[in-house]
Write a protein that binds this ligand. Structure first.
Ligand code: SF4
Length: 581
């Protein structure tokens, strides 16, 4: 029976009956070869509230018409301008803006300055940290999506050296910033050590160190200001302060499944109940702004009432706090402080767009920094995945900065392996969103690796992988030779190889690539062997490695390309199902 193609009433062949998504028509393409702008994204719109944004589903809150410029007090003179925001307002392009733009090939320094003036972008760069090796980055919708890795010693396990090592490890796996959330050991020494060694911005939650050696109830206004000033002088680039959680919000928490799950939020709620007074961070906000401004510490306005379960998502407690965070953004901007806003938490997939867009409206486009969000609650041990799904949607719909979640979330203190898995999950989320948003240049590497894959060019395929060691180890686990198939399907069923043989297709015709026959892959490095060991699989050639294709345990199957280089011969052996003669 022949295939039925759609025809019009006159019997003419109709074009494909569904409109494909717009592919680049309204978006400028990159100068780089290969990048196509996002399919469904709006045009880039740098310099507008819609910079690299998703189209609004009907009913979404519209962007605010205000920007940080609307909260610009009488401009300070050049000599008195301290923060990147104040200097941008005067028209200055700072070395940090230039460096941040260099790292975003689609942005000019003027774009970075313009977005900072609007409050839609920040460069978290404490002057003290800049003096000891900070390499500045930009966080904002017009920039590529950034990820944060949380570190920190706990009272159960603590060591400054271990945390510095974890910081280096997180940066190796793509963390754009780190937060030191230590609650145990020598907090001051750990923070100092991390700042002195970190090329990336370092954030903290100062309330944690305020309660070391004292009960939260004993915390005074003076303690709060003293601690923030000390950390600002040390070189902390951004601080989370839970100033938006007010006494008036506490009754809205009563009906929640998970109550208050933010550490800072729960501590401050306890303080307010004990003293019968307003949140001290709210009361001291102007003084805290003055300290932050003096050192150019950026704010990350904490969401002390973020939902800790799907059942609590987008509830009144969360939204009332967000409303106050919008007010605090305006006050911080008026004081010249760079500001971002923290977001939830645990949010079902269908509520993520709303959450991103209500923040955009209430906080006038200040960069949104989200933890996940987790889109389901029943996968402890895999919350780097549940949250990376939410983070991808969040980054597509409005978040600029993603705080990673590791497999240890809700369960324990992350170790090095968890840090790596969390970072990679979030690099995937950020990168996937950037591609979908059409940020120029972001898809180039994907296109390159696809060409290498189609050409069965294993060396290049693996070199372009984000984690080449894992890619090489997994490839060599069953077939330690680079040839025109892999162990997944074998020679006869390799669709890529077959596709290359079909003359009509361009597949696998990557310019200039000549495989020149099978190549023995180099022996696995110790690191690559370690990956397989951690993976729980026997190493290639080990006596306990699984039997493949009729071979005895520990032996390669007789048709294995390590043993039979000639594809014809390999095919014969496969057909006979017997060993080489
Ligand atoms: S054998 Fe299968 S998985 Fe491997 S390259 Fe060919 S088609 Fe891809």
């Amino acid at each position: 029976m022949s295939h039925r193609e759609p025809k019009d009433p006159q019997g003419r062949r109709m074009p494909f009956m569904y409109e494909p998504p717009l592919r680049g028509g309204a978006n400028p393409s990159s100068k780089r070869e290969g990048t196509a702008p996002g399919s469904f994204a709006l045009p880039p719109g740098v310099g507008t509230p819609l910079a690299f944004s998703s189209p609004d589903t009907p009913g979404m809150p519209a962007p605010s018409e205000k920007t940080a410029w609307d909260f610009n007090p009488a401009p300070r003179g050049e000599k008195n301008a301290v923060t990147q925001l104040e200097r941008a307002r005067l028209g200055t392009i700072t070395p940090e803006m230039k460096r941040a733009a260099e790292r975003e090939p689609h942005l000019a320094p003027e774009d970075v300055r313009g977005e900072i003036v609007a409050g839609r972008m920040i460069i978290p760069a404490n002057r003290a940290h800049l003096r000891c090796g900070l390499d500045p980055i930009a966080i904002g919708r017009a920039a590529t999506t950034k990820i944060n890795a949380n570190l920190g010693a706990s009272p159960v396990k603590s060591s400054a050296d271990e945390e510095v090592e974890k910081m280096r490890w997180a940066v190796r796996w793509g963390a754009d910033t780190v937060m030191d959330l230590s609650t145990g050991g020598d907090l001051d020494a750990t923070r100092e050590a991390i700042i002195r060694s970190a090329p990336v911005p370092v954030g903290t939650v100062p309330v944690y160190s305020m309660i070391v050696g004292r009960a939260i109830e004993d915390l005074s206004h003076a303690d709060i200001l003293r601690t923030i000033e000390h950390q600002a002088m040390q070189g902390v680039d951004f601080i989370t302060i839970h100033a938006g959680l007010l006494r008036e919000h506490l009754p809205y928490v009563r009906g929640r499944v998970s109550g208050i799950v933010s550490r800072g939020g729960s501590l401050l709620a306890k303080w307010m109940i004990h003293h019968g007074r307003q949140n001290p961070f709210y009361d001291l906000f102007d003084e805290i702004c003055d300290i932050a401004r003096a050192h150019d510490v950026s704010f990350s306005l904490g969401d002390g009432l973020r939902p800790g379960s799907l059942a609590d998502a987008t509830d009144e407690a969360q939204l009332r706090e967000l409303y106050v965070l919008g007010e605090l953004v305006e006050r911080a901007w008026a004081k010249g402080v760079q500001t971002m806003v923290e977001g939830p938490g645990h949010i079902p997939l269908d509520q993520i767009e709303y959450n991103m867009k209500i923040e955009r409206a209430l906080c006038h486009g200040a960069p949104f920094y989200v933890l996940g969000p987790l889109v389901t609650d029943v996968f402890p041990g895999y919350d780097h995945i549940t949250s990376a799904i939410g983070a991808t949607a969040a980054a597509y719909h409005g978040a600029a900065f993603l705080c990673y979640v590791t497999p240890k979330e809700h369960l324990g203190l992350p170790k090095k392996r968890d840090v790596k898995e969390g970072c990679i999950a979030y690099k995937i989320a950020a990168h996937a969103a950037d591609i979908a948003l059409g940020i120029p240049g972001t898809r180039d590497r994907d296109d390159e690796i696809s060409k290498a894959r189609a050409a069965l060019n294993w060396e290049r395929h693996i070199a372009l992988a984000f984690d080449p060691d894992t890619a090489r180890a997994f490839h060599d686990e069953d077939l330690s030779i680079d040839t025109d198939f892999c162990a997944m399907c074998g020679h006869d069923w390799c669709a890529v190889r077959i596709s290359r043989e079909i003359e009509e297709f361009a597949s696998g015709k990557a310019e200039g690539y000549d495989p020149g026959g099978p190549k023995e892959s180099p022996a696995l490095t110790p690191e690559q062997r370690g990956i397989l060991e951690e993976h729980g699989e026997p190493l290639p050639g080990e006596a306990s490695s699984p039997a493949v294709g009729g071979a005895s345990r520990g032996e390669k199957p007789p048709c294995h390309s390590d043993l039979v280089r000639d594809p014809k011969k390999a095919r014969e052996i496969q057909e006979r199902g017997a060993g080489p003669k």
